[in-house]
Design a protein around this ligand. Structure first.
Ligand code: ZN
Length: 172
């Protein structure tokens, strides 16, 4: 049915195509759904996969031919003080952790977002602890910038034929 749907939708001449609905009960099943679906969609039109926001998943589904994503994860995580950081366990830290109390560094050394350029981990932790609404905004700016930056790196790596090298650099 996925193949039939992909072929039919592709024949309708849309500007882009989204893949959603049930994506299976595991990552393996999701890759199977993509294997069934993506080959039936035009290669020159953007292909969107609904609900993907984890770093590891992004690398995998890009390899399957997906161009666009949407997911609540980066903003939902930001609201609870969970921030994307390259080179950490599962690519995230929790800013309310006591070890950041006096940390003068940015959330992520390599990030050039407004938050990382202007605020320390210690200050952001203080804002979250004090329940200042600005904490959520600053954390959201970082998480969204982080993912946009990742996608920019992925697009460049694809053009330069070094996606696998980038994946290794991210330790995935
Ligand atoms: Zn940042």
């Amino acid at each position: 049915m996925r193949q039939e749907s992909g072929s039919f939708i592709a024949s309708q001449g849309f500007d882009g195509f989204a893949i959603g609905g049930s994506l299976g009960r595991s990552k393996e099943e999701m890759y199977q759904v993509l294997e069934w679906t993506v080959p039936h969609l035009p290669q020159d039109k953007p292909r969107h996969l609904l609900g993907i926001g984890e770093i590891e998943d992004i690398f995998e589904v890009v390899k399957c031919g997906i161009d666009l994503f949407d997911c609540v994860a980066p903003t939902r995580m930001a609201r609870t003080g969970t921030l994307f950081v390259k080179g950490t366990e599962r690519f995230r830290i929790h800013i309310l952790n006591a070890r950041f109390k006096d940390d003068p560094g940015p959330i992520d050394e390599d990030c050039h977002c407004h938050t990382c350029c202007n605020y320390s981990r210690a200050y952001l932790r203080h804002l979250f602890a004090a329940k200042e609404p600005s904490a959520i905004r600053l954390a959201t700016i970082h998480n969204l910038h982080f993912l946009e930056s990742l996608m920019r790196q992925i697009r460049t790596a694809i053009r330069e034929n070094r996606l696998e090298a980038l994946k290794r650099e991210w330790e995935i």
